[in-house]
Design a protein around this ligand. Structure first.
Ligand SMILES: [Cu+2]
Length: 198
């Protein structure tokens, strides 16, 4: 007697990450709210907007900050940056224009525009070998990107870069440029302060 062949179904298990595209250009993402941390903080999503120019001309400078009051990120373009049209957010004032401040369990989205000195004046200019600025978190803090890449080694002159990361560590560190852009490139950085609670 012949034993009938058994067909074993293959079950694929997919994760819950949902990435959808609307209008062919607007990307939405969704993340699961992590559990409360020991800090007992209420998570907020910060949007930090900054310019990056060689340190001799001011380095990084934060020009706006906001709390995002919706789960989807604003639409983003490398040439025009974030599009806040119709986005629910509330601006807030940072302590200064250089320090990045957040609390444990926050989500932070950084927008950086690399400004070429050739666009805004004669001297001093960036190194001719430089093609833009870069961005990374360091100085003892290590953040994992949940949208975009961290670090990035080139934000071409005149364009925008964005990254979203989850703040998982309390402490003091920095954010800094990753491309040798001028004589004072090693000083092109800002403080990153992560507290517990807000
Ligand atoms: Cu730089």
């Amino acid at each position: 007697m012949q034993v009938p062949k058994r067909h074993v179904p293959v079950v694929g298990v997919l994760g819950l990450l949902v990435v959808a595209a609307a209008g062919g250009s607007i990307a939405y993402y969704q993340y699961v709210h992590p559990p409360q941390t020991a800090c007992g903080t209420h998570q907020v999503h910060r949007l930090i907007f900054m310019n990056a120019i060689i340190e001799e001309r001011g380095g990084f400078s934060i020009f706006n900050a906001a709390i995002l009051n919706q789960t989807s990120l604003p639409a983003f373009s490398n040439t025009t940056g974030a599009d806040l049209t119709g986005v629910h957010f509330a601006n807030y004032k940072t302590a200064d224009n250089i320090t990045l401040s957040a609390s444990v369990d926050d989500i932070v989205t950084v927008y950086v525009k690399a400004i070429s000195t050739n666009e805004t004046g004669p001297t001093p200019t960036q190194l001719s070998s430089a093609t833009g600025h870069g961005f990374d978190i360091g100085g003892g803090l290590n953040m994992q990107a949940v949208n975009g890449t961290l670090p990035t080694f080139n934000i071409p002159w005149g364009t925008w870069y964005t990254v979203t990361f989850h703040v998982t560590q309390q402490g003091t560190g920095d954010y800094h440029c990753t491309q040798t852009c001028s004589a004072r490139h090693p000083q092109m950085r800002g403080g990153f302060s992560v507290g517990c609670g807000s």
